[in-house]
Structure formats: C-alpha cells, structure tokens
Design a protein around this ligand. Structure first.
Ligand code: ADP
Length: 493
C-alpha cells in the first residue's frame, strides 16, 4: 500500500523484489526480463530505463554497489503502456552488525508531473528573459533599500561590464555617469528611496564606445497590500538624439530671437530718427527763412518773429520725442503722489475711448468704492494702463463679435489690484511675453510689457498675466496701499 515504488537488491546488485505498485506500473515482475546471457540487473535496466538515461543510471548504481554509498538519481522509467515517466530514485544499503551489506532497499517517486510543470515554468521564464533582452531599453530593479537586485543583459553589454557581479556593477555604473550629472543623479535616487516617490530624470552616461549619451531613467516602487515597498523597478533609455535635436532647436530659436531683437532695435532707431528728423528739418528750414527776413532791407521783424515761433515749436516737438523715448527706456523719475487709482483707470478708459470705438470694443470699468489711495507716478501708471488696454484691444482684432475690454480695480489685503481682461485668443507664451523685444506682432516692438513690469515693480507691486476660461487673457497688477492709510483703515477709520 506504500504510495511509491519499492525495490530490493542483493549486496552485489541483483534485483530480488518489486512491490505491487512498482509491478503494476511496469507491467512486469522482478524476474520477467531475465535473459540467459546477461545479469538480471542488466536486463532490467535495458528493459525499463529510458535509453538516454540507462548508461548513466547503470554506472551510478554500480558505483554505489562498489563503494557502499547511497544511491540518488533522476531518470525516466517505462510504464506498462510504453510511456516514460520521470522518477526520483533513492537506495540505501542495510548492514549487519559487522558493517557488511546485507540488502539494498530502494524507493522511486513519480515526479513526472512536477518535472513538466518545472519545464513549462523554465520555458516561460526563458521567454520573458528573451523579451527583456530584446526590448530596446535597459531594465533594472532595486531592493527597497536601493541595492541593485537585477540588471538586464542589454544594460550590462551597453556598459561593457559583463564581468562585474551585481555589487561591483552598481558602483561601476555610477562611475560612468557624467561628472556634471553625478551629484544630481545621486540626490534624486536618495530622495526617492527616502520618500518612496517615483522619479524621472535625464543624465549623460558613458557607453563602452567612449561617448557620453543622454539617457532618461524612470523608476517606480512596487508596493505590497500594506503599502510597503517590495521592490523598485526602473528602465533607462537612450534619448540622446532627441535631446540633441532639442538643443539645436533652442540654439536656432535663440539666434532667431537675437536677430529679431536686432531688427527691432534697427526699427526703433529708424522710427526715432524719423520722428526727430521731421521737426529738425522744420527748424533748419525756418532758420533759413528767418535769416532771410532779417537780412532784407529793411529787416522784416514781424515775419522773423513768427518764424522764430515756428522754430521754437519744432524744437520743442523734437525735444518731446527725445524725452518720450527716454521715458520709455529709463522711466523718468517723476514725482509720486498719493492718488485714487480708480480715477486713473477712468482716465485711461477716456483716453482709449476713441480707439476702442474704432475697433468696435465695449469698455467696462468697475472700481470698488472707497479705495485706499496709492502713491504713484501718475504718468508712469497711466502708461501701464494704456499699454495693457491697447494690448487687449489689439488681441481682440481676430475676434468676430463680443469684443469687451474689462478694467477692474479692487482692494485685496495690503494691495490695490487692477485687472484688465480681454476676450482675445489668450496668451501663447506666458513665460516670454514680459521679456524685452518679445513680440508676436508683425510690427510690434515687444517693449510694452517689459516696461510695464519694471514700472509696476519700481512701485513695489507685481504684474503678471493669466489666461481666462474659456477665452481671453487677464493682465493683473498690484500696487501697495499707502502704509499710513493702511494703518488708518485698520484702526476702523
Ligand atoms: P508688442 O508691442 O509686441 O505687443 P508687448 O510687450 O506689449 O509688445 O507684448 C508682447 C507680446 O505679448 C505680444 O506680442 C503678444 O504676443 C503678447 N500679448 C500681450 N498682450 C496680450 C493680450 N492681451 N492677449 C494675448 N497676447 C498678448
């Protein structure tokens, strides 16, 4: 009844007993294969052991019989229906009091199903391994503490580190990171291990061809049901071509920006020259005329005086242009007085009214009542308001209907905040529009917002832009409420 195959041999290895299980399996008894010209053992091995295993099995058994050592082996046995099945076989000698071997007792277990399951598992592992090796990425894993626990063959080959064991590999791979990126890589990894957060980073690494290439590494933790990190899994892939293309694009853009900046400067100089030349020409012409009136006989003082007036007007116009340009670039240091921002906004609306009407834009102004005063340079803040309003009007050029420019002033904590919103297409380059010479307009100079921002900042405020939902842009600037007034209103006025 024992669930296994039992057998017994004489001290010199002749089989003398098979249990019933074994005889049922083989379909034969211990003496059924006897042949006159060979030993019983030899005949049995030939009849029941798989031809590929028979020689090894016979040798191993012979060795045990000679040395008295235990026998242990895997081999295939032929079942009664001719099917071979894997067996795990063991045999031990029984000795008498003097240590002489009296019998050998053996036991076989059918492990065929287990062998097939293992083989299937091995096959699937091989497939998985092939997949990992074939994928054009480098794969690795870490223990929760960040010790390297696996590294794909591709990565090993790529770094030319096939001889290194896992521990050496980790430190060798670290040394291949570009010196400029090494510290950042170490910091990122240490931070992830400490916080359990995934990371994505780019760094340069030396390949075995001696060249640094940009890599992108991504790593994520795998957690168990309780949220504890079991393993980190990472990939890195070569993004060198992409990074270099991006860098070239950036350089090209920079060159372009420089070129258009130079163009804007040329344009600016041309327009200044044009504006100044006109009154100067008038000054010269009028001076000649004046001279003529004075040199006539008798001199025509009345006419000469009129001409001198024209000269003064023209000279003033030229001086105006120059001071306007200076104000644009150096911000005239005018006087600052406390005033209600609301009235400045209303003034700006009035100044823009005509242009707005021409562009079929409705202007809405909303000013909170009893606003605390702000101390500002009236002309400069007016310049900011007009600039922002004009940008808004221009932005709505492409909009078919419902053109509204909204200006709103209210107090928020210690500042007075002004918002100017339009219903145009919104801002495409929020990071760049405040840069000098940045413009998307055919004839824009790109100085407006840069100047506005420096004016607002010189007043202790801030200027920024936001896109509206669903459309349009809002430019917002703050100005600090007068310190004295702020305290005053806190006291309950
Ligand atoms: P420019 O005279 O070229 O318009 P600005 O400094 O006034 O110079 O503006 C820079 C850029 O910012 C503009 O060319 C435009 O692309 C963008 N911009 C400014 N205001 C708006 C707005 N209200 N809506 C959308 N884009 C805007």
């Amino acid at each position: 009844m024992v669930p296994g195959h039992l057998w017994r041999l004489t001290p010199d290895g002749e089989p003398t007993y098979f249990n019933k299980q074994m005889m049922d399996f083989l379909g034969l008894g211990v003496g059924d294969t006897d042949k006159p010209d060979m030993s019983r053992r030899g005949a049995l091995v030939q009849a029941i052991v798989h031809p590929d295993d028979a020689a090894d099995m016979a040798d191993a058994l012979e060795h045990c019989l000679v040395t008295g050592k235990c026998f242990s082996m895997l081999y295939r046995l032929r079942r009664a229906d001719g099917v071979y099945r894997w067996m795990s076989s063991r045999a031990e000698p029984m000795r008498d009091d003097d240590g002489r071997i009296v019998q050998w007792y053996g036991l076989c277990h059918d492990i065929d199903d287990q062998m097939h399951a293992e083989e299937a598992l091995r096959r699937s592992e091989r497939k998985l391994q092939q997949l990992i090796d074939a994928l054009p990425v480098h794969i690795w894993s870490w223990t929760p503490e960040g010790e390297l626990s696996y590294v794909s063959k591709r990565l090993v080959d790529h770094l030319g580190l096939s001889d290194a064991n896992l521990e050496d590999f980790a430190s060798a791979a670290q040394e291949l990171v570009h010196p400029e990126d090494a510290l950042e890589v170490q910091r990122t990894v240490a931070n992830s291990i400490e916080t359990g957060k995934a990371f994505v980073m780019r760094y340069r690494r030396l390949g075995k061809d001696g060249a640094y290439r940009w890599m992108e590494g991504r790593c994520e933790p795998q957690r168990d049901q309780d949220g504890r990190i079991v393993q980190w899994y990472g990939v890195s892939l070569d993004v060198d071509d992409g990074v270099r293309a991006q860098e070239e694009l950036r350089l090209a853009q920079e060159n372009l920006a420089r070129a258009s900046q130079a163009a804007s400067l040329a344009e600016l100089s041309a327009s200044i020259a044009h504006e100044v030349t006109q009154p100067l020409t008038a000054v010269i012409t009028s001076s000649n005329v004046c001279q003529r009136w004075l040199t006539t006989e008798p001199p025509n003082i009345e006419r000469a005086q009129k001409t001198v007036e024209r000269i003064t007007r023209a000279a003033n116009a030229a001086a105006d242009v120059v001071s306007r340009v200076r104000a644009l670039f150096r911000q005239s240091v005018g006087t600052r007085d406390p005033m209600a921002l609301g009235s400045l906004v209303v003034e700006a609306r009035d100044l823009m009214a005509e242009e707005a009407a021409r562009r079929r834009v409705r202007m809405e102004v909303e000013v909170e009542s009893d606003l605390a005063p702000v101390t500002v340079d009236r002309v400069q803040i007016q310049q900011v308001l007009i600039n922002l309003a004009r940008n808004g009007l221009e932005a709505m050029e492409s909009v078919a209907s419902d053109r509204v420019l909204r200006m709103r002033v209210r107090r928020l904590g210690e500042v007075v905040q002004t918002e100017i919103s339009d219903r145009g297409p919104g801002i495409d380059f929020p990071d760049r529009i405040f840069e000098p010479f940045f413009t998307t307009k055919g004839h824009g100079m790109g100085m407006g917002l840069a100047i506005c921002r420096s004016i607002v900042e010189s007043h202790g405020g801030q200027l920024w832009a936001e896109n509206n939902d669903p459309l349009g842009a809002t430019f917002i600037f703050t100005l600090p409420v007068d310190a004295a007034t702020a305290r005053f209103s806190h006291d309950g006025e």
